[in-house]
Design a binder for this molecule. Structure first.
Ligand SMILES: Cc1cc2nc3c(=O)[nH]c(=O)nc-3n(C[C@H](O)[C@H](O)[C@H](O)COP(=O)(O)OP(=O)(O)OC[C@H]3O[C@@H](n4cnc5c(N)ncnc54)[C@H](O)[C@@H]3O)c2cc1C
Length: 443
């Protein structure tokens, strides 16, 4: 364990999403004693949607002592099937059972509430993690040597918070990132991907009179239906009591909306129209969504940043590497950030502002290239799935055909064995443990 003076550092985390919660828990597990989490929301009423729980995420959560609870309700995937949206014909089929024996953890799918709720429960069991709910971070007044920011509670007067380390895990709309970019005169903008997503959760009882749909919810499988500029990915969650669907389609509704808006109530007729040329089974599923319960998300990413660390402040998760969901790695990467940060800070050889800045930069060195590689790969995978008629689509479909013969890469990159090796085979905690001294000395 790190020396007492290191563990007594006051660390403030802005945001209690996947990244903020994982960072708080990872710091507590390293023995830090003064961890403070500021969250705008009054409670963590987690978004009703499914999430893929990849082995690189599971490995970290297991070490943090919360994976067993998440695993209980999650569904262990056997395979994935990629199909033509219009015909339901299978383009590719990939076995996923090998993942557990190869990477020591399975690839599972679960409910977001279970994932975030279990990490939150883990934090609540740690006496040294304090939550300040209904409290937004406003202006960052100092980035170091003692970072400080304005905390704005929903009730009561704003007050100033000072700390030794400030970690901004405030999501894709990060106010801390925006201030930092302004300060450094960097023009890295939010990129409008032109894509939006419907998030849908169907209840088992609504599917049970339809044998084809029942078969889908009963299978330990991720199914992706693809079409030009659109796809739908679906899998069972919550012990197969819920079938989770997440779509991607051209964004028609948000273009004129203010940039702070990311979700809206979608129109069911419009959703049915967008997927109007998909096969009857997919349309029957979409038709089960009650009117007025169509939830549409804007998909936004951000231009890569030249740095994530300034003085004694660092950005975490979507605040610095938001991604399209096509590799299912956004939350996993935010959790990797938290685990790496906690190890880097626990390895501080001395408690000085310079040392803290260097330890944060070790985090940046371990994480930045990997995170941005996956952001780019997710975007490329989306492009491959959304191809319209033409040579590129013919080449993609040739790859799918070769796959049936057991040869070559999978165009849907999250299911490609080489991509999985790069993502799941890398243990970022071990790398930080092993390489900290070398990287620290090089800075
Ligand atoms: C359609 C879709 C599907 C996805 N599927 C997957 C998947 O299968 N697997 C996967 O790993 N990832 C997936 N992701 C990505 C994943 O959800 C995100 O990458 C992840 O939630 C990012 O976590 P975060 O903590 O960085 O940000 P967030 O989860 O956005 O958390 C930010 C938190 O900060 C709070 N906050 C914001 N501003 C302030 C402020 N000023 N003061 C205080 N608090 C503040 C917010 O209220 C929020 O709680 C998906 C994303 C989408 C859109």
């Amino acid at each position: 364990m790190a020396p007492k003076e290191v563990l007594d550092l006051k660390i403030c985390i802005i945001g209690a999403g996947m990244g903020g919660l994982a960072t708080a828990l990872a710091l507590a597990k390293q023995g830090f004693r003064n961890i403070n989490v500021y969250e705008s929301a009054s409670n963590l009423g987690f978004v009703g949607a499914g999430i893929q729980l990849a082995p690189n995420m599971a490995r970290i959560l297991d070490r943090l002592g919360v994976w067993a609870d998440i695993e209980k309700e999650a569904v262990d995937l056997k395979d994935t099937s990629i199909r033509q949206g219009a015909t339901n014909a299978e383009l590719g089929h990939v076995d996923l059972l090998y993942i557990r024996s190869t990477y020591d953890y399975p690839h599972m799918v679960g409910h977001r509430a279970s994932l975030a709720g279990s990490i939150h429960d883990g934090c609540k069991r740690e006496k040294d993690v304090k939550f300040f709910m209904s409290t937004s971070a406003g202006e960052v007044k100092s980035w170091g040597p003692r970072p400080s920011f304005e905390a704005i509670p929903r009730e009561g007067e704003p007050y100033s918070v000072e700390c030794d380390v400030l970690l901004a895990a405030d999501g894709v709309k990060s106010v801390v990132r925006d201030q930092l970019l302004r300060l450094k005169n960097i023009d890295a903008k939010i990129i409008d991907t032109g894509q939006a997503a419907y998030r849908i959760m169907l209840k088992r009882e609504d599917m049970q009179n339809d044998p084809e749909l029942l078969e889908l919810i009963d299978k330990e499988s991720v199914t992706r239906w693809i079409g030009e500029k659109r796809h739908i990915i679906a899998y069972p969650v919550s012990s197969k009591n819920i079938y989770n669907l997440s779509t991607v389609q051209p964004d028609r509704n948000f273009a004129a909306a203010p940039s702070s808006t990311y979700t809206t109530q979608g129109s069911k007729p419009q959703m049915m129209e967008v997927f109007g040329d998909f096969c009857p089974m997919v349309k029957r599923m979409l038709d089960l969504v009650p009117d007025g319960e169509v939830c549409e998300w804007k998909l936004r990413v951000h231009e890569p940043l030249p740095f994530w660390v300034y003085e004694q402040t660092a950005l975490v998760g979507d605040a610095c590497h938001p991604t399209l969901p096509h590799l299912a790695q956004g939350a996993a990467q935010a959790i990797e950030d938290g685990a790496v940060l906690a190890i880097a800070l626990a390895k501080l050889p001395e408690v000085t502002p310079e040392a803290i800045n260097k330890a944060l930069r070790v985090y940046e060195k371990v994480r930045m290239e990997r995170a941005y590689t996956l952001v780019n790969l997710a975007a490329a995978s989306g492009r491959a799935m959304h191809l319209g008629e033409g040579a590129a689509k013919e080449e993609r479909d040739r790859q799918f055909a070769a796959l049936k013969e057991g040869k070559g890469p999978v165009p849907d990159k999250w299911a490609d064995a080489d991509v999985q090796k790069m993502i799941y085979g890398q243990d970022v905690m071990k790398i930080t443990e092993q390489d900290f001294d070398k990287i620290y000395a090089s800075l």
